[in-house]
Design a protein around this ligand. Structure first.
Ligand SMILES: Nc1ncnc2c1ncn2[C@@H]1O[C@H](COP(=O)(O)OP(=O)(O)OP(=O)(O)O)[C@@H](O)[C@H]1O
Ligand SMILES: Nc1nc2c(c(=O)[nH]1)N=C(CO)CN2
Length: 193
């Protein structure tokens, strides 16, 4: 079965989908002006039609994370946020927008788990489930990541992450196991215009 077999029908107008989907993004930066990078990315996501803003999490400062067993190159702490929106775009179009924004902000991908000016992950796209390496939904590592779960729980605690449980519970379990994340209430982002 291909990814498009699993997708709901689209309208004939501009590749938009009939049904709106709630989409959750995780954004992070640990190079350059981190807050500015994230603000620029938030604005760019909404520059073109197809996304309606729903909510923005507080800003967190987080230690670089890699899965157990992976080596983390020397690098500074990240700023991380979670952003929620509604969209009628198909997931592939949304991914294209995300990759264009990452590329336009001169992100390089030379080192796996290395520092980056900007990282945008699509955490969930409605209830869509797909395992294409170019777009895996839900994001396969989101449930392991305090820097995703904790900000997400601030804005959507009752949402269920398929196969793992309620976001608020997942975030609380992470915090209990790993300690609290540093919330930067002195830093704030503007919602997209
Ligand atoms: N849910 C998703 N959100 C964003 N990119 C995805 C997703 N699923 C697969 N990808 C693919 O992953 C690639 C991005 O990999 P990238 O180098 O950003 O990984 P990473 O950010 O280092 O690690 P991670 O994917 O664990 O956050 C993109 O080219 C994209 O096609
Ligand atoms: N703290 C933190 N660690 C990370 C992050 C991130 O955004 N924040 N992004 C990664 C690649 O997706 C890898 N590790």
């Amino acid at each position: 079965m291909t990814a498009s077999d699993r997708m709901p029908d689209r309208t004939a107008t501009g590749g938009h989908m009939l049904v709106a989907h709630r989409v959750v993004f995780s954004l992070g930066s640990n190079l350059g002006d981190r807050l500015d990078n994230i603000q620029e990315a938030v604005d760019a996501l909404f520059d073109a039609p197809g996304l309606t803003f729903v909510a923005l999490s507080p800003v967190y400062e987080t230690a670089p994370y890699a899965p157990p067993g992976e080596e983390i190159p020397e690098q500074g702490d990240y700023l991380n946020i979670v952003l929620v929106a509604d969209t009628r775009l198909p997931p592939e179009n949304l991914l294209e927008r995300v990759l264009n924004i990452e590329n336009s902000m001169r992100r390089t991908r030379e080192v796996r788990w290395g520092p980056r000016t900007l990282d945008i992950d699509i955490v969930v796209f409605g209830n869509v489930s797909m395992d294409d390496p170019d777009l895996t939904l839900p994001h396969p590592r989101a449930h392991e990541r305090a820097f995703v779960l904790v900000p997400w729980a601030d804005i959507e605690p009752d949402v269920l992450l398929a196969g793992h449980g309620r976001v608020g519970d997942l975030a609380a379990a992470k915090t209990a196991a790993e300690g609290p994340l540093r919330r930067r209430d002195d830093l704030s982002l503007q919602p997209p215009a």
